[in-house]
Write a protein that binds this ligand. Structure first.
Ligand code: RP5
Length: 221
């Protein structure tokens, strides 16, 4: 599948609310590139393999969400990992609604090849912290705006971990999801020169974009 094919697929996944009907996940007619159910405690795992022949490669990053309603934000992380050709998996589980499923996922991840987690949750967001409590892999938390407190609740739950069990807390929402992916890539790039070079080029592109926008700034009346 091409990069744009993946992007379209993720867009479709969200726009058609495919994740909203949990019983649909793993169906034979599921969108190409997404498969399940497999693995943990007989529950479903939604694996999304990116482009550039990543099919068959083991996921290195676990993107975990407390609810299907978090996907609209967490897809930002998925799209960035896809852009960097980093294999990842998407997993739905809740610290509060499915604690055993969360524990089983966290406990099995390292053996399956996961090297870093990006965890999005809203409300009293304990998912990142609970996963961090069960693994020595780095955990990046993305607070999500899901309640009338506009994500501040999730931010404080994510950032205010007790000493001894760290979670790297990102910004609330889409910027946090994107930065979560970039931080995960930076962690992986410590042992991967190719990935480091892609990060360098990404920064250069960002800088060039600012310069371009400077040239096209216009007063709006
Ligand atoms: C959290 O509660 C989830 O991460 C989500 O952000 C929030 C609301 O979940 P739903 O009620 O939409 O499933 O656990």
């Amino acid at each position: 599948m091409t990069a744009s094919g993946n992007r379209v697929e993720l867009e479709r996944t969200v726009s058609e609310g495919w994740f909203r009907n949990r019983s649909d996940i793993g169906r034979a007619d599921a969108p190409a590139g997404i498969s399940g159910p497999v693995g943990v405690e007989g529950a479903f795992r939604v694996a999304f393999q990116g482009e550039r022949n990543m099919e068959g490669k083991k996921p290195l990053v676990g993107i975990v969400m407390g609810s299907d309603s978090d996907l609209e934000i967490m897809r930002e992380a998925a799209l960035l990992l896809d852009e960097f050709a980093v294999p990842f998996e998407l997993f739905l589980t809740s610290a509060h609604r499915t604690p055993a499923r969360t524990a089983a996922y966290a406990d099995s991840a390292e053996d399956r090849g996961i090297r870093v987690f990006i965890v999005g949750a809203g409300a009293a967001a304990h998912l990142a912290g609970v996963i961090a409590s069960r693994t020595l892999l780095p955990v990046i938390g993305v607070p999500i705006d899901a309640t009338s407190l506009r994500g501040l609740d999730a931010l404080l739950s994510t950032v205010q971990m007790p000493g001894g069990v760290p979670v790297a807390a990102m910004a609330i929402g889409k910027a946090g999801a994107r930065n979560g992916a970039l931080l995960a890539i930076q962690i992986l790039a410590l042992g991967d020169g190719g990935l480091l070079e892609k990060l360098r080029r990404y920064r250069l592109r960002m800088a060039a974009d600012v310069e371009t926008k400077q040239g096209t700034l216009q007063w709006k009346s």
